[in-house]
Structure formats: C-alpha cells, structure tokens
Write a protein that binds this ligand. Structure first.
Ligand SMILES: [Zn+2]
Length: 269
C-alpha cells in the first residue's frame, strides 16, 4: 500500500496533502511516536511525512543531548521522512500587549510564538543555535527549511528567515516557496481544553467538506491525549488520502519547482 501511495506522490492532477507532526522534541517523544504511528497506520507513507523538530524545547531539552530522540529521528530521516527545524526553544520571551499581540501571541499561540516579537539579530542567533544543535544531533538535513512556532514571525524575523536562504518556510497563510505562497488551506486541532478540542474537531470536519485544494494537515503531540481527537485525525486523514497525493514538504517543493519558474521571495510589509 505504501508503494502505491509513494507512486502517487508524482501525480499532480490531485491536490497535495502535506501532513506534518509538530513540536517533536525529547519532551514530547512518546506522544510524537504515537502521532507518527497513527499517520502511518492510516496509510501515509513515511516518505510523505514531515516532522517539525524543536532543537532546544523550552530552553531545557537540547536535542543532541538526548540519544533516544536523536536515534529515532535519524531512523525516520533515513527512511525518507522530511525533518524541518521548528524554532529554537518554541517559547516566546516577554509579553506583547498590543491588540494584535494579545490575539495572536497570547490567545492563538499562548505564549509559544517564539518569533512574534523577535528582532533580526535575535532571530539570526536563534536560527544559528538551532542549526548547530541539529547538526550535532546528526540531523543536518533538518536545517534546510524552517517553520516558526505557531507559524508566526515579526516583520524583522521574517526578513532574517528569508535571508537565511531556506528552501521554504511556513507561515499561517501557507508555505512560502520561491514559486510563491502555496498550500494555503490548513487543517489542525487544538487540545488545550475540551471546548477547544471539540470546536477544532468541528472546524476540521468542515474543512474537509470544502472543494479540493492543496492542504496542510498539522498534528500536535498534545492531540494524542484526546481519544476523540485521535479518532478525528484518523478519519480526516483517511478521507483526504483517498482524494489527494500525500507529499512531504521537500517532495512538494520539488514538484512545484519542476512546473513553475522561481522568483525572488520578498518580505511582506
Ligand atoms: Zn509548534
């Protein structure tokens, strides 16, 4: 079955399904393993899976000092999964009390939008530190693309990320590639409390009834603690796999670069 799916990754007549497991770190190792097992059991080949890896989660779990997590991730990398650097610590320092900050950084991201208020120098430093940890962990392949925590960047952080020359980075509106913004539709779940879990299950069910489009499906380790959310992820994944071509972010970039010319990526103002 996986070979059939892998072959279908070349089929661009169908929309693309981009499944990612977020927040992979030594602090979330068990739940991250369960998330990977879940998507593979639902029919997603490892070659079509993207994992977002936090180099030093919460400023207290440097990945290169946790051999079990490193070994597991290196094995997934060897099997073809795409690993991407996901912030440095994932945690935002300080507070942002503007209306926009209260809504996005504290409401939506709950203080986890690491780069929401970062300047250029701080962003560059965190990216360099994150890359160094991943290289020491034997995961240099994870340093070629970037996803900021909560998909949020300050204008200065965005410029710094673009200056790094990543193959792509992802924001809440889509994947920023040298062909433009792609895969704008996002399906994900929240697991902070039962109300949020219920509301996001309803929202995800609504999303998969919309017309076909390239879709990002984001799974978080915390989702694994809610049986009804696990069931919803399984159902959503099977529904989307039946009508989409699953690809890792890396394969998706390759497929669109073969069809469309690249152009300079510029920071939005
Ligand atoms: Zn995250």
């Amino acid at each position: 079955m996986n070979q059939v799916r892998a072959a279908s990754t070349q089929d661009r007549t169908q929309p693309t399904l981009l499944v990612s497991v977020h927040d992979v770190s030594p602090l979330t190792l068990e739940a991250s393993r369960r998330a990977v097992d879940l998507v593979v059991a639902a029919g997603l080949p490892l070659q079509a899976l993207t994992l977002l890896v936090i180099p030093c989660h919460e400023d207290r779990a440097p990945l290169d000092e946790h051999p079990d997590a490193c070994a597991w991730l290196r094995d997934l990398d060897t099997q073809g999964a795409h690993l991407i650097m996901h912030g440095y610590s994932h945690r935002m320092s300080g507070r942002c009390l503007s209306p926009r900050g209260l809504f996005w950084a504290h409401g939506f991201a709950r203080g986890q939008a690491e780069f929401f208020r970062s300047g250029a120098a701080e962003t560059k430093q965190r990216l360099e530190q994150g890359k160094a940890i991943l290289v020491r962990a034997g995961l240099a392949s994870a340093t070629t693309s970037f996803v900021p925590p909560a998909w949020l960047l300050s204008p200065e952080a965005r410029k710094a990320v673009l200056a790094e020359g990543f193959a792509c980075h992802e924001e809440i509106g889509g994947i920023v590639t040298s062909q433009g913004l792609r895969a704008k539709r996002l399906v994900g779940w929240g697991s902070l409390n039962s109300f949020e879990a219920c509301a996001t299950r309803w929202w995800a069910a609504l999303q998969i009834r919309r017309g076909r489009a390239d879709t990002r499906l984001a799974i978080h380790p915390a989702d694994m603690n809610r049986p009804r959310t696990v069931a919803a992820i399984r159902t959503t994944l099977r529904t989307l796999l039946a009508r989409s071509s699953p690809m890792s972010y890396r394969a998706f970039l390759r497929s669109i670069s073969q069809k469309e010319p690249s152009r300079p990526i510029t920071a939005r103002e």
